[in-house]
Structures are given as structure tokens and as C-alpha cells.
Design a protein around this ligand. Structure first.
Ligand SMILES: [Zn+2]
Length: 77
């Protein structure tokens, strides 16, 4: 496995999410850590990904990658 550090300067924590910019739609997508590094994406640690906001005029789409709240929303039996 290839652990990449957070792309924020002076952070260096392990990344848990990847922020990708879709320039065509002015959309920033925050999702699970990408397997391959994309030059248009930024790897972020849990803290920095939680603080991420979209640039002005952009829309931020946040996928659920954080299972902080222990809600057993997995198996409905
Ligand atoms: Zn960080």
C-alpha cells in the first residue's frame, strides 16, 4: 500500500481523503483516498479534509468517508 502524506504544508499526517477539482463544472469533490495520485487532486488528512471549503463560486461535494459517528448504518436486518 502507498500511504501519502497530507498535501498541506507542514502537516505530514497520513491522508484519508482526496480532494479533486472538476474545472469544467466548478466543483470540488472530496472523497475517499484515491489509489493513484492525480496531479489535479490533493490528498488530505482527516483534519484538513474536514476543514476544506470550496473556493468562491465553486461547489463542494463531500462524500461520506468519515465514520466518526458510530451509527450502525450498514446492515439492515
Ligand atoms: Zn493535514
Amino acid at each position: 500500500m502507498s500511504n501519502r502524506p497530507c498535501s498541506r504544508i507542514a502537516c505530514g499526517k497520513p491522508s484519508v481523503a482526496t480532494l479533486t477539482f472538476d474545472y469544467a463544472d466548478s466543483m470540488a469533490v472530496l472523497g475517499p483516498l484515491a489509489i493513484e495520485h492525480d496531479p489535479h487532486s490533493f490528498d488530505l488528512c482527516d483534519r484538513h479534509s474536514a476543514r476544506t471549503t470550496a473556493p468562491q463560486g465553486w461547489q463542494l461535494v463531500r462524500h461520506r468517508v468519515f465514520t466518526d459517528q458510530a451509527g450502525a448504518a450498514g446492515s439492515a436486518t
